[in-house]
Design a binder for this molecule. Structure first.
Ligand SMILES: [Zn+2]
Length: 118
């Protein structure tokens, strides 16, 4: 007997995964300063769920969390610097650098960019 694969659950599973990822990331942001170890744990879990369900991580999420150590960027853990058309995110806990074009920056960082570049 051949098993019949059902693809009916695929879209609903993806939406469930997205919801779970967003919940985890929101919680990670909240506890970033008070409990950094748990913050790292939650971001790592969210990344794993995204990989399993093939959900792209995207440049918006990359600007909120460190790529290397999974810590959320806050005033104490992030140094932002601007070159010609690029922004440089330096993580102060692991010294990793993430570079991104100014057109893709989130709105909360764009205000800082206008002050420093002009
Ligand atoms: Zn880091």
């Amino acid at each position: 007997m051949k098993k019949i694969k059902s693809f009916a659950f695929v879209p609903s599973l993806n939406t469930l995964a997205l919801q779970r990822i967003e919940q985890l990331l929101e919680y990670a942001k909240k506890i970033a300063l008070s409990q950094p170890e748990y913050c790292k744990k939650y971001v790592k879990l969210a990344k794993k769920i995204a990989m399993r369900h093939k959900i792209p991580w995207g440049c918006k999420r990359k600007q909120l969390f460190c790529k290397n150590c999974n810590l959320a960027y806050t005033k104490k853990t992030l140094r932002l610097s601007f070159e010609k058309n690029f922004a440089k995110f330096l993580c102060l806990s692991c010294n990793s650098v993430y570079r991104i074009h100014l057109s893709k920056l989130l709105d909360k960082y764009k205000k800082l960019a206008k002050k420093q570049v002009l």
